[in-house]
Design a binder for this molecule. Structure first.
Ligand code: AMP
Length: 413
């Protein structure tokens, strides 16, 4: 579908032209007609599909047509990084438009708080925010939300995972009942349905192939012992001329250790994790986006939602515990129809988890043999483990202990 078919105003089409968007992506094609028609909407779509533009463009178009009357649109997102990114995309689209927007999030100084206060008091047209910081402003009494016509919840499943249900309901209490509400989520667990029932009105529903990595991603995996993981990274990256690489790990301690080893071996690597101040995180992300850093080592803090273009390689240092996180992590590469490679390191304990991921994505990922100078890694035999478990025996032939496995990793964000 061509954007012209949606009868967008000349100004919005000009913005699209400047961003070099020619054809609508499937999520845009399916959701935009509902949004333009003013319907409430539940959209099941993952990052990398173009969902941000899907909700921004119809709203910008309406704003151009109707003019300003205070804050018109509230976009609630789980993380600061995503808030900043959406605000940046807004700035790109609205370059030719008379539309103002602001990003509201915590972790900053008094000047920033005052800037946010001014934006909320003067009624920026579009407010992109994390729930916690917005509530801090709302309770001060100066926020003007009586003209809100659109509420958008982006990455709603992530927000509920992060415990924001009550916060979202509190914010909704400050908004006019008569409004259009759009809920975007990568997954649709029952709690999302509950939230939708509470705050949406007779919504249209759009589902786009859930949990499937983009077509252009070449996926492969190495089955390794933990002690082989860091040497393998160094070996794989040696003499490779790849400008942009992300390495994900679930734990802060791994992230630090990997970065240390890479730097010691002469790589241009930096890390991003929740121990860093917000300003430091933004700086690292900026440097990486500007290609001043070749390798970014990160916890899942940036796995979802963050749009970094043209990542050549994503390495999963460990198998993500949540299969959805796998899709999000590898979604950093091959964005919007480009090519990319995603490699995952699987240790003995992670075989079953990885098998579940393969089932979810309906694809058997190729297991690459270790380089010749490495000792053999473990055998990849998840089916055998499952069969053994079904018989009630563990790998030593003993009766299986049915106690729930406690995670041996601490998720950092
Ligand atoms: P998102 O899923 O919103 O994070 O978008 C993923 C990436 O696709 C972003 O870099 C967008 O700028 C890009 N994108 C979104 N829609 C289009 C489109 N219609 N044509 C080209 N690129 C797009």
């Amino acid at each position: 579908m061509n954007f012209k078919e949606l009868n967008f105003t000349a100004e919005v089409l000009e913005g699209l032209d400047a961003m070099r968007f020619e054809k609508a992506t499937p999520v845009q094609e399916k959701t935009m007609p509902h949004i333009i028609a003013g319907e409430d909407l539940i959209a099941c779509a993952q990052t990398g599909t173009g969902k941000t533009a899907a909700f921004l463009l119809p709203i910008l178009d309406k704003l151009v047509r109707t003019g300003h009357q205070g804050t018109n649109t509230l976009i609630i997102v789980p993380t600061r990084e995503l808030a900043i990114q959406i605000d940046q995309q807004l700035a790109g689209f609205s370059y030719f438009l008379d539309v103002s927007s602001t990003a509201i999030y915590g972790g900053n100084d008094k000047d920033e708080w005052n800037r946010q206060k001014t934006a909320l008091t003067s009624g920026a047209d579009i407010v992109v925010t994390t729930p916690g910081r917005l509530i801090q402003h709302l309770t001060m009494g100066y926020v003007k939300f009586d003209q809100i016509q659109h509420l958008i919840l982006d990455e709603a499943d992530r927000m509920l995972d992060m415990g924001f249900y009550e916060d979202i309901m509190q914010v909704v209490g400050f908004l006019p009942k008569q409004r259009q509400t759009l809920l975007f989520s990568a997954t649709m667990p029952p709690k999302i349905r509950e939230l939708a029932k509470e705050i949406l009105n007779n919504p249209a529903e759009v589902t786009l192939s859930i949990s499937k990595p983009a077509e252009g991603i070449l996926q492969a995996a190495y089955v390794v012992y933990d002690t082989q993981k860091i040497p393998l990274i160094n070996s794989l990256l040696k003499d490779k001329d790849l400008p942009s690489i992300i390495i994900f790990s679930s734990t802060k301690s791994n992230v630090k250790e990997i970065t240390k080893s890479l730097v010691t071996n002469g790589f241009n690597a930096k890390s991003i994790h929740s121990d860093l101040e917000q300003a430091e995180r933004e700086e690292v992300l900026r440097e990486f986006k500007n290609r001043n850093i070749q390798i970014l080592v990160a916890t899942d803090i940036i796995a979802r939602g963050i749009d970094i273009e043209k990542i050549d390689l994503v390495i999963n240092f460990d198998v993500p515990r949540d299969a959805e996180d796998y899709v999000h992590r590898i979604g950093r590469t091959a964005r919007a129809q480009t090519q990319g490679v995603a490699l995952t390191f699987i240790n003995e304990k992670e075989k079953l988890e990885f098998h579940k991921i393969e089932q979810l994505i309906e694809k058997v990922v190729y297991k690459v043999p270790l380089p010749p100078d490495f000792e053999d890694g473990p055998v990849y035999d998840p089916e055998e483990i499952i069969a053994r478990r079904k018989k009630g025996k563990n790998k030593y032939g003993n009766k299986r202990n049915f106690k729930k496995k406690s995670g041996d990793q601490t998720k950092s964000e």
